[in-house]
Design a binder for this molecule. Structure first.
Ligand code: FAD
Ligand code: FES
Ligand code: FES
Length: 498
């Protein structure tokens, strides 16, 4: 079996066309691993096969951060230092990286600055969370250009739970540890990151990593029953919590061009493989509300691994990006074999977890129009916890406003139906409404009830969701106008909440 259907396209003068082992740097050596089950997690490999038990298993689903390790990757002249959750990252995903675990931080008896500071501030009690916390802070120590503010430290720690110590001494430790700054790093990544297709396994089970878009298209068409794996922050849980024995995995992490970003004056194009951490500043530059949605997206670990394409292709009704990008009028680019097509993002979501995607077809990119001079935009995420929590409701609004009158409207909600969806009835009523005339808002607020019949689940009741949806539209209208509500009769009935 070959990865590339048209093998003549790639003569491979420097060796075999397809690599059959993953290669990474670990403890000062370049390591190759050629035999592993595709579904093997990095945490299992470390703890069970390497006896490296510093990284702990707390939740096994990316929430607690006890398993955090650092991946160092070279990309051109840049080196990135990403904290990742080893429990939901698959072993194959460390191909081409340098792996740093808690065991690698101290040099002999000399502790890493973060470890020293954790001792000095009494940042650890039972110690279960400590390796993960130290690794998250070590990644910040490597990357932050200057000593981070406490808010940035708290953001970095949003994916690390500690049940004993309390976060004050841990944040204090991060302040005391400072940053690496201009000092050379001890970890520089794998010198010659692989550029050829990877295929570990056989026809019955494999972990594949195509090196370019043509290889991916051909290989996925030949194996449409394979699971596409991007960051694995959803797929990893199918394995650790769903106990799925995934036998055929195509990882997208090496596909050239799939993680490209084109940030132009009129639009932003994000390749499907762009991770959420890289997407964040570009989205935040479109509007600060998008920056805030991204800041609250999972945790530093989830954003370092999770991708834009994974979030959209997953088709979750409570995924955060879809409503925001639908409101902005984004279009999705898909490819199957040699065929590509584009469609408005909202048309991609057909029904609960059913997307307009054929067998062998994958998401290539999403293109997001920038806001025009007349456009006003708001996006709000409502979840039980502020950090690292999935939305109960997410609402995003783009209104074109001329002389206080709304001339065009795109309103999109997550958590209100089986798919992320536009509120088309409410849009019809809001068009023509005036920001300076509250009574013209009533139609839109009421029509939301025609658009959605939400469900009750563990995140929120149906009544709560309906009330929040209405409140968020009201909040958006007030924010766009820049003044609080005058006519309190428009305020939603409080008794509706349960
Ligand atoms: C602790 C935790 C917190 C989270 N918090 C949030 C949150 O706040 N908001 C939120 O929206 N989500 C959240 N998530 C869910 C998840 O992180 C996101 O959905 C993420 O964007 C998924 O991206 P990924 O690259 O990891 O996808 P993967 O897990 O790799 O894949 C997800 C799905 O997309 C498919 N896929 C991936 N790429 C492509 C492609 N290019 N073409 C076609 N199919 C593709 C895969 O086959 C799979 O079906 C959280 C998850 C965890 C574990
Ligand atoms: S064990 Fe909890 S995030 Fe990995
Ligand atoms: S020190 Fe016990 S969980 Fe953090």
């Amino acid at each position: 079996m070959t990865l590339d259907v048209d093998t003549s396209r790639r003569p491979g003068p420097d060796g075999p066309i397809v690599r059959s082992a993953i290669r990474f740097r670990f403890r000062g050596r370049d390591v190759e691993v050629s035999a592993f089950a595709p579904r093997t997690t990095l945490l299992d490999w470390l703890r069970i096969e390497q006896g490296a038990v510093g990284a702990k298993e707390g939740c096994g689903e990316g929430d607690c951060g006890a398993c955090t390790v650092m991946l160092v990757r070279r990309n051109g002249g840049d080196v990135s230092y990403a904290p990742v959750n080893a429990c939901i990252l698959l072993l194959g995903q460390i191909d081409g990286a340098e792996l740093v675990t808690i065991e690698d931080l101290a040099t002999g008896d000399a502790l890493h600055p973060v470890q020293e500071a954790m001792v000095a501030t009494h940042g650890s009690q039972c110690g279960f969370c400590t390796p993960g916390i130290v690794m998250s802070l070590a990644a910040l120590h490597e990357t932050a250009p200057e000593p981070p503010a406490r808010a940035a430290i708290r953001d970095q720690l949003a994916g690390n739970l500690c049940r004993c110590t309390g976060y004050k001494p841990i944040v204090e430790a991060a302040v005391q540890a400072g940053v690496r700054g201009a000092q050379p790093s001890r970890w520089t990544g794998l010198a010659d990151a692989p550029r050829r297709d990877l295929l570990v396994g056989d026809d019955a089970q494999f972990f594949a990593a195509p090196a370019d878009m043509d290889s991916l298209a051909a290989f996925y068409l030949a194996h449409p029953d394979a699971t596409l794996l991007a960051g694995g922050t959803d797929v990893g849980l199918w394995i650790t919590k769903g106990l799925k024995d995934l036998r055929k995995i195509i990882w997208l992490g090496h596909v050239a061009g799939l993680a490209d970003i084109a940030d132009g004056a009129a639009s932003l194009r994000l390749g499907a493989g762009v991770d959420l951490a890289r997407a964040m500043p570009h989205l935040g530059a479109i509007h600060p509300d998008l920056g805030e949605v991204m800041r609250r997206f999972g945790s530093a670990q989830v954003r370092a691994s999770g991708t834009v394409g994974g979030n959209l292709a997953n088709g979750s009704p409570i995924g955060d990006l879809a409503p925001c990008l639908i409101a902005l009028g984004a279009t999705l680019e898909l490819r199957r074999g040699a065929q590509t097509r584009t469609l408005p993002l909202e048309d991609f979501f057909l029904d609960y977890r059913k997307q307009d995607r054929q067998a062998g077809e994958f998401v290539v990119a999403v293109t997001i129009p920038k806001l025009g001079a007349r456009d006003r935009f708001c996006a709000f995420k409502v979840s039980k916890r502020l950090d690292e929590d999935i939305s109960a409701v997410l609402a995003a609004f783009k209104f074109e406003v001329v002389d206080q009158r709304i001339g065009a409207a795109r309103m999109a909600y997550g958590g209100m139906a089986g798919v992320p969806a536009r509120a088309r009835s409410a849009e019809g009523f809001i068009i023509g409404a005036r920001l300076d005339d509250e009574k013209t808002w009533r139609g839109g607020l009421t029509a939301l009830g025609l658009d959605f019949t939400p469900l009750s689940d563990q995140r929120a009741s149906a009544a709560y969701r309906s009330l929040v949806a209405r409140n968020l539209l009201l909040k958006a209208l007030m924010e766009m106008r820049g003044a609080p509500l005058q006519d309190t009769r428009i305020a939603p009935p409080r008794e509706a909440v349960s």
